[in-house]
Design a protein around this ligand. Structure first.
Ligand code: ADP
Ligand code: MG
Length: 240
């Protein structure tokens, strides 16, 4: 489980996360929604210890994320992250991209890593594209490749940061399908998304972020269909 306790985060004098409390249970899909600039990406970066925090605590399966003696490799192996922008290595094939981290980080023998990579490419529907470089893949395929790369490290949690926002509309569905399949396997997921329909249908809970605070958290359908907070209602009116 991921526990976010009274977390504060500033960039210089500007506080962008202002005391957030949130617990993500194993097997849960939590969707984070909120206006651009409200702090959603920053929170994901804090969970992964890519950013320090100025107050509070984040605990992942008992590991104090920002603790002085925390093993960051161990922490990050628990957390798979997929971003909006594609980040595959351009000179490697899709297969080599997926095999890379298991080989380098987990010191897996090459043949075993390639076999694992093939399984994960099959899982995201890219088995037939294994030998292509990322530039030869569509945006939707590149995002599925990014998901396969993250999954190959056998994470306990998957964090998604607007992974469909840069895609042409016709490519969004294949990526969301992959995420729905992952949910069906019981993967714990935190999904930052502008896709309100996805949040309503695939989220267990939805958390609405407003200027660095958590304005409303609850069952997905309740938050989207019958928000309790006026600010949630106004946000949903703007984006729906
Ligand atoms: P969201 O993902 O909800 O759009 P972000 O977490 O990216 O929001 O940003 C929250 C706020 O923090 C914004 O005002 C943004 O400009 C600021 N911010 C994000 N990253 C940095 C950074 N590295 N340095 C300074 N300010 C940043
Ligand atoms: Mg963001």
């Amino acid at each position: 489980m991921i526990e976010i306790k009274a977390v504060r985060k500033s960039f210089g004098a500007i506080e962008v996360i202002r005391g957030i409390n949130l617990t993500i249970e194993r097997g849960e899909v939590l969707c984070l929604i909120g206006a651009s600039g409200s702090g959603k990406s920053t929170l994901l970066q804090c969970i992964n210890s890519l950013e320090p925090i100025q107050g509070g605590q984040i605990v992942v399966d008992g590991i104090d994320v920002h603790g002085k003696s925390t093993d960051l490799n161990k922490l990050r192996q628990k957390l798979g992250i997929v971003f909006q922008q594609y980040n595959a290595f351009p000179h490697l094939t899709a297969l080599e991209n997926v095999a890379l981290a298991p080989r380098v980080v987990k010191k897996m023998p090459r043949a075993q890593a390639l076999e694992l990579a093939r399984e994960h490419l099959d899982y995201v529907g890219l088995g037939a594209r294994a030998d292509l470089r990322p530039a030869k893949l569509s945006g939707g395929q590149q995002q599925r490749l990014a998901i396969a790369r993250a999954l190959a490290m056998k994470p306990d949690y998957m964090l998604f940061d607007e992974v469909t926002s840069a895609l042409d509309p016709e490519l969004v569905g294949e990526v969301l399908d992959t995420m729905r399949n992952l949910k069906a396997t019981g993967m714990t997921m935190i999904v930052v998304t502008h896709d309100i329909a996805f949040a309503r249908e695939s989220g267990d809970r939805v958390a609405f972020f407003d200027r660095g605070t958590l304005c409303e958290v609850g069952p997905a359908k309740q938050v989207i269909n019958e928000p309790r907070e006026e600010r949630t209602r106004q946000f949903l009116q703007r984006v729906l």
